[in-house]
Write a protein that binds this ligand. Structure first.
Ligand code: GLV
Length: 317
């Protein structure tokens, strides 16, 4: 089988991916767009990292588009993406663990006031704040997919009272960690928001969730709440977030993702005292583990077995 590897990545990264993919799946023929041997009419599948729009046009034999990214919003926005070809997103346990670690770091830092102490240090201010127990800091996780579930369970195990919100009301029985309360639909969200001191966003970016975190949303959180956005910049109305922080209604924002990336150097988030900026690094795809996940799906394709983590294109995730 011939596999096209392409994406919005530099040459060194593409070479690293190709090496890891070749190691994980030596039985496949791996090709990159610059490869003289590439004949698009014979490509069977593509392994992609947000490729420039149009990258998969002219591949009539394509039977699988395997994303190296967990979120497929940018990929699905490509209107030239061949119709009817399954798109699978990356679900890699290594990445899920990394996301749990980042979320735990953010929650511990907010709970124990480390961002405040960091600010105080800049002006040599010696001032202790009241110490709360973890069970006094309710956390709400938006999203209850692979990442949301793992994050909610990690935090619950640390003693935080955790609600996790699932966008779609679904009757499916779940067996979350004992301390995670799963809420559904808009009503469930409103109720859980009333008490959340820390809100972590892990939703997929879809037409339904774009701009969800706006002024009305922030107003429904209790005064002094903080937000952690580890999903997509498109979820956050940035001007509204700045207003809520400036008004003192929200205490702090930890932001890994932005409307425009890289975050422009003149953006107020960079210097805002109540904002911590990360460069979209909460959970990077690790080529060593992700290559094996991609190859497992290619092998399933070859042997006619069910493909894993195929997204519903119309739903957006
Ligand atoms: C990162 O944001 C990803 O979607 O993999």
């Amino acid at each position: 089988m011939k596999i096209l590897v392409c994406g919005d990545i530099d040459d060194a990264e593409r070479a690293r991916w190709r090496m890891c993919l070749e190691q994980a799946g030596p039985e496949f023929v791996w090709l990159t767009p610059d490869d003289p041997a590439l004949d698009r009419t014979s490509v069977d599948a593509a392994v992609v990292a947000n490729p420039p729009p149009g990258s998969l046009a002219g591949c009539p034999r394509l039977r699988l588009i395997q994303s190296l990214w967990a979120g497929v919003d940018r990929l699905l926005a490509d209107t030239t993406l061949p119709e009817g070809v399954p798109v699978a997103r990356m679900v890699d346990p290594v990445m899920t663990i990394a996301m749990g670690e980042t979320a735990l770091w953010a929650v511990l830092s907010l709970h124990r006031g480390y961002f405040d102490y960091q600010r105080q240090q800049r002006s040599a201010l010696w001032l202790q704040h009241a110490q709360r127990r973890a069970d006094e800091v309710p956390v709400l996780v938006l999203g209850h997919g692979q990442m949301g579930r793992a994050v909610a369970e990690t935090l619950a195990r640390r003693g935080y009272p955790v609600h996790a919100w699932r966008l779609r009301a679904s009757g499916a029985a779940h067996a979350p960690g004992a301390a995670v309360t799963v809420v559904q639909g808009r009503e469930g969200l409103t109720e859980a928001m009333r008490q959340a001191l820390i809100l972590i966003n892990l939703l997929p970016l879809t037409a339904q969730t774009r701009g969800l975190l706006d002024a009305r949303f922030y107003a429904r959180l209790p005064a002094g709440a903080s937000i952690v956005n580890l999903a997509r910049g498109g979820h956050v109305v940035e001007a509204d977030l700045l207003d809520a922080l400036d008004a003192g209604h929200l205490h702090h924002a930890v932001l890994d993702v932005f409307q425009s990336e890289p975050l422009p150097s003149e953006h107020p988030f960079w210097t805002h005292p109540a904002v911590t900026v990360l460069p979209h690094a909460a959970a990077l795809t690790d080529p060593r583990s992700a290559a094996a996940v991609a190859v497992a799906n290619l092998r399933a394709l070859r042997s006619g077995e069910p493909l894993q983590h195929v997204v519903e294109r119309a739903r957006g995730y």
